[in-house]
Design a protein around this ligand. Structure first.
Ligand SMILES: NC(=O)c1ccc[n+]([C@@H]2O[C@H](COP(=O)([O-])OP(=O)(O)OC[C@H]3O[C@@H](n4cnc5c(N)ncnc54)[C@H](O)[C@@H]3O)[C@@H](O)[C@H]2O)c1
Ligand SMILES: [Fe+2]
Length: 386
């Protein structure tokens, strides 16, 4: 209650079926004449990139396409996109895809106006100037990268992730159109959806930054995602489910942008970096085990999570309600046939000490976990996941 509330988001968010059509007039209103469309091969092959390109062309805006973004992009991939952008005279960057393409687009726009190398800006608030205008359009319902001030790049040499955090990473406009999500394969739908659910749960239980504002977004995100993730995976053409996932992920992203993540993401990074487990698969597997551990750190909030996830906990003692939240997530993973053990991911018990060491060193995230988590606790959670 004695907190100063602060809230950041893009200048404009357009969301709903057909919202992508607004890209043309909005880009024109920004004065764009020449745009670079940053995407990846999967999104280009699905035909979405052509649709978006045509929307811009119809407004008389020239468009070149860079479609070489890799999943979980590394610094080399990022530099390739910057080099392509420097060859043209672009006045707009459009990022189209999952978190991978949107993050590369956001960093490219920054590097067109800031000197030096990308690594000069790794960390918080190091970017000096706004980039050229960006519009981000997610094609997955997961990362929330369209509304966060973060961009995440892999650094295989350092066996880590590099995160750039700055208000200048936020796009000028975020456009969330569930039609763009229909072609997402079930495996991407489940993985990116679990990432979004992790963002909502972690922001809601963030030790220092959860506020009355972020809680509103986090709770509605949990309701929408948990009621529709199974259906979106089971039947990708179900538009109601795609709508819930698109808006739920947007809300989770807004919560993430203004509160943040903690234990789940700290423990998931070593799985991604060392074993190339996709971000959402790693978060999905770890989420219920970290929630089980964290529950006593904030019993009322974990009990509320259980209710948001649709659990009938009426009449149960509050502690049991809190533990029911983790069980609800396990049931989602089981129904979607997602990995729910390290063994499923072919990661053996011998790998645990090194992963635990790497995760425990992430004090940025662990210090804001709702329950104090030591290196031994981290190791114990990984062992529970075997
Ligand atoms: N910026 C942030 O705040 C933030 C937050 C969380 C994660 N991330 C980062 O986001 C990345 C992961 O993003 P992601 O989970 O969205 O996956 P992704 O962008 O890596 O895409 C995964 C795959 O799905 C395909 N795909 C995406 N949309 C599709 C569609 N509509 N139809 C057909 N194929 C489609 C892509 O081609 C790709 O092969 C990681 O690098 C992660 O670190 C960023
Ligand atoms: Fe995430």
């Amino acid at each position: 209650m004695n907190q100063i509330l602060s809230f950041r988001s893009p200048n404009l968010i357009l969301a709903g079926f057909g919202a992508a059509e607004k890209l043309g007039p909005e880009a024109k209103a920004l004065g764009a004449k020449s745009a670079l469309l940053v995407t990846d091969k999967g999104v280009a092959d699905s035909g979405i990139a052509d649709t978006i390109k045509n929307i811009l062309v119809k407004e008389g805006i020239g468009v070149e396409v860079f479609s070489q973004v890799k999943p979980e992009p590394d610094l080399e991939c990022q530099d390739a996109c910057i080099a392509a952008a420097r060859q043209g005279k672009y006045d707009l960057i459009v990022g189209l895809g999952g978190g991978s393409a949107m993050d590369v687009a956001a960093v490219t726009a920054i590097m067109l106006t800031n000197p030096g190398k990308v690594t000069d800006y790794v960390g918080a608030d190091l970017i000096k100037k706004p980039g050229i205008p960006t519009v981000l359009l997610p094609t997955t319902a997961g990362t929330g990268a369209e509304v966060t001030p973060n961009a995440v790049l892999s650094d295989p040499a350092a066996k880590g992730k590099k995160v750039l955090i700055s208000p200048y990473i936020l796009p000028r406009i975020a456009i969330i159109d569930p039609y763009l999500h229909v072609s997402m394969p079930p495996s991407v739908t489940s993985a990116s959806g679990m990432d979004a659910l992790a963002h909502a749960v972690e922001s809601f239980t963030h030790f220092t930054k959860a506020t009355v504002i972020t809680d509103v977004f986090a709770k509605e995100a949990m309701v929408m995602i948990s009621r529709s993730i199974r259906t979106a995976v089971a039947k990708g053409e179900n538009l109601e489910a795609r709508y819930d996932m698109a808006i739920g992920s947007l809300f989770a992203g807004i919560a993430l942008a203004n509160a943040g993540v903690n234990g789940v993401h700290a423990l998931s990074y070593p799985l991604g970096v060392e074993y190339h487990v996709p971000h959402g698969v790693a978060n999905g597997l770890l989420l219920p085990y970290v929630m089980e551990f964290n529950a006593i750190g904030n019993i009322p909030k974990f009990a509320e999570i259980a209710r948001c996830l649709g659990e009938d906990v009426e009449g149960l003692p509050l502690v049991e309600q809190a533990y029911a939240a983790a069980e609800a997530v396990k049931a989602i993973l089981k129904d979607m046939k997602m990995a729910h053990s390290l063994t499923d991911l072919k990661i053996s018990v011998d790998a645990i000490p090194a992963m635990a060491k790497a995760a425990a060193s992430n004090t940025r995230l662990l210090s804001v976990n709702p329950r104090a988590m030591t290196a031994a606790d981290v190791e114990g959670i990984y062992r529970n996941c075997l």
